[in-house]
Design a protein around this ligand. Structure first.
Ligand SMILES: Cc1cc2nc3c(=O)[nH]c(=O)nc-3n(C[C@H](O)[C@H](O)[C@H](O)COP(=O)(O)OP(=O)(O)OC[C@H]3O[C@@H](n4cnc5c(N)ncnc54)[C@H](O)[C@@H]3O)c2cc1C
Length: 467
């Protein structure tokens, strides 16, 4: 097989054929969801489960799962990016309640999948963040673990693995230990998105694919030649939100890129491990993430770039250096790959909220409910946020609607926006350059300790400035 294909493994295994007709005539409904990714589909699903009489429609520009939801790394994390910023502000029982909600995401999804007959290769094996490749990763991991303890997480939630334990889980280069958490599962992302769409449709959600919304105004989504009116509009667009002026700069659309190898031999898997199909990454600032797919491939990715003006991006050149760099990193991490070929290369766009903190909000006056800014951790988070949006819209008094990631003011204008261009572009590229410098000095092995340390400090300082 050619080593140059830009196909996405998940969409290749489960092609995103259109199932539902476009919207061609003007209509109205109670809730109009814009975007058929996990956020939109979970929101529609829970709305119909909680209130079957509600008329809910989903408008998707392409096919359900076309966006990040069909192409991600398949880590289904029980948690939210930067969640400890919230947890640290809560006391005793409230903090415990919030932690239960976050860690409970994996069990919630695990319960729904068989009930809705969604077969997405779900395996609940936890996640290993390995301190590997260079010594500084051990210090980073131990520092992170101290922060986790301060936020109240115990051994059962995150624990340090010594060198031997970590090496048993992941046969990577120069493993020195790692942080293991049970609160993560792996999935086949496109199958989850497509299965969710079918589950929502069975409940009576009206889905329209190939139905791009061109304009959003209060109570109405305008398409080419028709419009959909609704009491509540849920823009569930994540990396694509910037196309609408009302939502511009709420999220920073950032790319992430992935590779998938050919299936590995059992001898290679004996060396690499991942016997429980645990998700894995290393502790570098490059945000690496990987999984052992159900058909025995290594799927591996790392955070990518940001385009001036915050433009989304779905097409990537498989021959570009962006992929070559990730492949080198993967081979450096897992020497057991030897001459194994990389068969798939793809990428997509995700959304990052200001302060790296995802949020949900329901602005009653504007008739808008939205959630997002998952910062690359949206597979599990979108389930929690979909449930939360459903409760907010239905005005149910559950504990979900009072969680700290729900914006209490509930006003679209209150969402913290990113600065206008070119500030985000310059900031992002500065931070990326600092990460790349740190990576080069530390992984290269020959730089003096002071230079490696300084590069790490510079990267951390710039990162906090960007937030
Ligand atoms: C390469 C990559 C790897 C990732 N890996 C992970 C991971 O391992 N774990 C994790 O937790 N998270 C990961 N993420 C993030 C995660 O995939 C996203 O946070 C999540 O899928 C967001 O779901 P969503 O429904 O909010 O957005 P999306 O899935 O992007 O859905 C938005 C939808 O809106 C549609 N749309 C766009 N414009 C319009 C319009 N005008 N009208 C109608 N519809 C429109 C799009 O076609 C799309 O289907 C990754 C993201 C990427 C890109």
């Amino acid at each position: 097989m050619s080593s140059l294909t830009q196909a996405c493994l998940w969409l290749d295994q489960s092609p995103a054929e259109p199932h539902w007709p476009p919207l061609t005539q003007s209509a109205r409904c109670d809730v109009a969801v814009i975007g058929g990714g996990y956020t939109g589909l979970w929101t529609a699903y829970y709305l119909k489960r909680m209130a079957p009489e509600l008329d809910v429609a989903v408008l998707e520009a392409e096919t359900c799962g076309y966006g990040a939801s069909g192409r991600n790394g398949g880590w289904l994390i029980g948690g939210l990016a930067n969640q400890d910023a919230h947890l640290l502000r809560l006391d005793g029982e409230r903090r415990e309640q919030a932690r239960r909600r976050l860690f409970g995401i994996v069990d919630e999804v695990a319960e729904i999948l068989p009930r809705e007959r969604i077969d997405c290769d779900f395996v609940h094996g936890g996640v290993l963040y390995a301190a590997a490749r260079y010594p500084e990763q051990e210090a980073m991991g131990r520092k992170w673990l101290r922060e986790l303890r301060r936020a109240g997480h115990g051994e059962a939630d995150f624990r340090w693995l010594d060198r031997k334990e970590a090496q048993e889980q992941l046969g990577a280069r120069d493993v020195r230990g790692g942080v293991f958490s049970p609160h993560c599962a792996v999935i086949q992302p496109a199958r989850l998105a497509q299965g969710l769409a079918r589950a929502a449709a069975r409940l009576g959600v009206r889905i329209h694919e190939r139905s791009p919304v061109r304009r959003l105004a209060p109570g109405v989504a305008r398409l080419d030649g028709c419009e959909l009116r609704a009491d509540v509009i849920v823009p569930a667009l994540e990396g694509a939100a910037g196309q609408f002026s009302r939502l511009a700069r709420c999220l920073l659309p950032v790319q992430s890129l992935l590779l998938a190898t050919e299936p590995l031999s059992s001898a290679q898997w004996d060396e690499i491990g991942l016997a429980d199909r645990q998700a894995f990454g290393d502790l570098s600032r490059m945000v690496t993430y990987g999984q052992r797919s159900a058909d025995g491939r290594l799927v591996f990715g790392a955070r990518g770039g940001y385009r001036l003006g915050g433009r989304e991006r779905w097409n990537f050149d498989p021959g570009s250096d962006e992929f070559a760099w990730r492949e080198r990193l993967l081979r450096q991490l897992l020497p057991a790959l030897g001459a194994t070929e990389v068969e798939y290369r793809w990428g997509g766009t995700l959304g990052v909220a200001r302060a790296f903190t995802p949020y949900a909000l329901y602005d009653r006056r504007a008739g808008i409910a939205m959630a997002g800014g998952y910062g690359g951790e949206g597979v599990g988070a979108s389930n929690l946020m979909g449930r939360t949006l459903a409760e907010l819209i239905l005005e149910r008094d559950g504990d979900l609607t009072t969680m700290p990631w729900v914006m209490s003011e509930g006003r679209l204008e209150r969402v913290r926006r990113w600065a206008p261009e070119p500030v985000p572009w310059l900031g992002y590229h500065l931070v990326r350059s600092a990460y790349a410098l740190e990576e080069r000095l530390c992984a290269g092995g020959s730089a003096p300790a002071w230079a490696r340390r300084s590069a790490g400090k510079l990267a951390a300082a710039l990162e906090s400035l960007l937030a």
